[in-house]
Design a protein around this ligand. Structure first.
Ligand code: IPM
Ligand code: MG
Length: 361
């Protein structure tokens, strides 16, 4: 029987509630499937660790994760520690250290979820956003001089490399090819940004030749926001730079009805390193410790993890369980307008897994 080694890093705030919930659900699916086992190791990194040790994770922390098959991450963010420290000291350190250059963000309107667009039926919104996750606007290249003086200056340089753009667009074309519609929209801003974005467009045209069976188009990022609202069904797989995809994915999650249910995967497609899966909601300090957090974002992230591990039957069964609970308003947490607690949603998912027949993979 296959055994997968999973690192869990709950991190801060409600991460400490939703990651244990995801672990419970994963243990239940492993027991139910009886085809693989999961071996968890928990890491207490994050804001509390920073208060004790002055860093978000140990210097050699990546070594403790290197041999894992996957990482399940909660959230990083602390009211007492600046955001750029919590982020660069933990999550981005792992993403960059393990070259998880492909970030995927699937978005759908799940059954029972009240999405805000009047004319958008659930079948009209089924997207995967592929976010470049290693360079671009998040390269960290730049500087600040003459602080506090009238001549103060600062730059954030967006660095795009041919290797970086080729590999993310190839990944996006491949993903589009694997989906029923075989359709990719490449987001750009080459009308205003004349260097890197023009190279991005050129490379998209080159890579597209490797995928003659994928229909593709280009869309300017500003126009893309309008298209997501006005013509959601015209989109399927969407590839964008680091910052463009960051913004579009929040819009996508909101259009699908809640940030509390959206998942993401930080993937190393070459599998040199473990990939990392996490809900996109933050640490939500206002509701932490009360058992009110929506665990569905973490459950859906666990689905992405099972798919990545090569367990499609378990992934499909867990997704079915998620849709079973979202379809029931009595199991909606506060972010969805309900009163259900984290533990109730978790229990309902486990009960479904134990009772229902798994779908045919
Ligand atoms: C995301 C988040 C992060 C990002 C924040 C927390 C820096 O918004 O994963 O989308 O911008 O990458
Ligand atoms: Mg974001």
């Amino acid at each position: 029987m296959k055994n997968y080694r999973i690192a869990t890093i709950p991190g801060d705030g409600i991460g400490k509630e939703v990651i244990p919930a995801a672990r419970t659900v994963l243990e239940s699916i492993a027991a139910q499937q009886n085809a693989f086992s999961l071996e968890f190791e928990d890491f207490d990194w994050g804001g509390d660790y920073h208060r004790k040790h002055g860093v978000m994770m140990p210097e050699n922390g990546l070594d403790a994760l290197r041999q894992k098959d996957a990482i399940l991450f909660g959230s990083a963010g602390d009211p007492d520690i600046p955001d750029h420290i919590t982020l660069w000291g933990l999550r981005l350190k792992i993403c960059q250290g393990f070259d998880q250059y492909a970030n995927i963000r699937p978005t759908r309107i799940l059954p029972g979820i009240d999405a805000p667009l009047k004319r958008c039926r659930p079948q009209d919104l089924d997207w995967v956003i592929v976010r470049e996750n290693s360079e671009g606007e998040y390269s960290g290249v730049g500087g600040r001089v003459h602080q506090g003086h009238p001549i103060e200056a600062a730059t954030d340089v967006s660095v795009m490399t041919r290797v970086g753009v080729e590999r993310i667009l190839r990944f996006a074309f491949k993903l589009a090819q694997s989906r029923p519609r075989r359709q990719l929209t490449v987001i750009t801003k080459s009308n205003a940004q004349r260097h890197a974005m023009v190279m991005w467009d050129e490379i998209a045209t080159e890579i597209a030749r490797e995928f003659p069976d994928v229909t593709w188009d280009k869309e300017l990022v500003d126009a893309a926001t309008a298209r997501m609202v006005n013509r959601p069904a015209s989109l399927d797989t969407i590839a964008a730079t680091n910052l463009h995809a960051d913004i579009l994915s929040d819009l996508a999650a909101a259009l699908a009805g809640s940030l509390g249910i959206a998942p993401t995967g930080n993937i190393d497609p070459e599998r040199r390193y473990p990939s990392m899966f996490e809900p996109i909601h933050g640490s939500a300090f206002d509701i932490m410790g009360k058992g009110l957090a929506n665990p569905v974002g973490s459950f859906w992230s666990a689905v992405l993890m099972l798919e990545h591990l090569g367990e499609p039957a378990a992934a499909a069964h867990l997704m079915q369980a998620i849709e079973h609970v979202t379809a029931n308003p009595a199991l909606h947490t506060g972010d969805l307008g309900g009163t259900a607690k984290t533990a109730e949603v978790t229990r309902a998912v486990c009960e479904f897994l134990a009772s229902a027949q798994p779908p045919v993979a």
